[in-house]
Write a protein that binds this ligand. Sequence first.
Ligand code: TYD
Length: 205
Amino acid sequence: MKNKFISMEGPDGSGKTTQIELLKEYLEKKGYEILVTREPGGTKISEAVRNIILDKSYVEMDYMTEALLYAAARAQLVAEVIKPALDEGKFVISDRFVDSSAVYQGMARGLGVEAVYKINEFAIQNVMPDITVHLDLPAAVGITRKKNQAELDRMELETLSFHESVADGYRELAKMSPDRIYTIDATQSAEDIHKLILKKLESML
Ligand code: TYD
């Protein structure tokens, strides 16, 4: 079987975690060995970098620093977790991957998508998802969900217009990679979204 790598993307509060849990459960029942991970994080070092990136007291963080820290966390995750798992034939599902940097840092922060993919080339060693699920929903809906769940981190505390740029950025990125990025209207019920994801993945399974 060919290696399978799926990334789940979308604005904050788009329901990625719920969908990943549903997908993992489904695939495990089918007999697949599944590795679930998240970005930024997924290794001891990457989780430490995550704590730096999301610390809301670091208001002075430069956008380049932010982009490089995300890339550093990703480099460790790819080397330590994702690449070995794919080599062992596991099915890998990642809550966010390099497209998050393309959208949040490249588009919403304005560093440029090309520049952000370029710095990430070094970090990802040619590892790219086979399929990326994009959960599309209005920024305000996602942020309201987040506010109701927990204390907001440095990124979540950004302005609504920043989060709107993120939501628009994902739509634009999906148009740029229609063969890989599959957009789903995430205002639907979790069960309906799950069914759409399974339909899309049918050909891979
Ligand atoms: P995450 O833990 O996925 O947050 P949530 O569960 O709220 O979606 O991601 C943390 C934040 O980091 C989120 O606001 C998105 C942002 N982010 C970037 O800006 N660039 C990146 O490359 C990644 C992976 C995440």
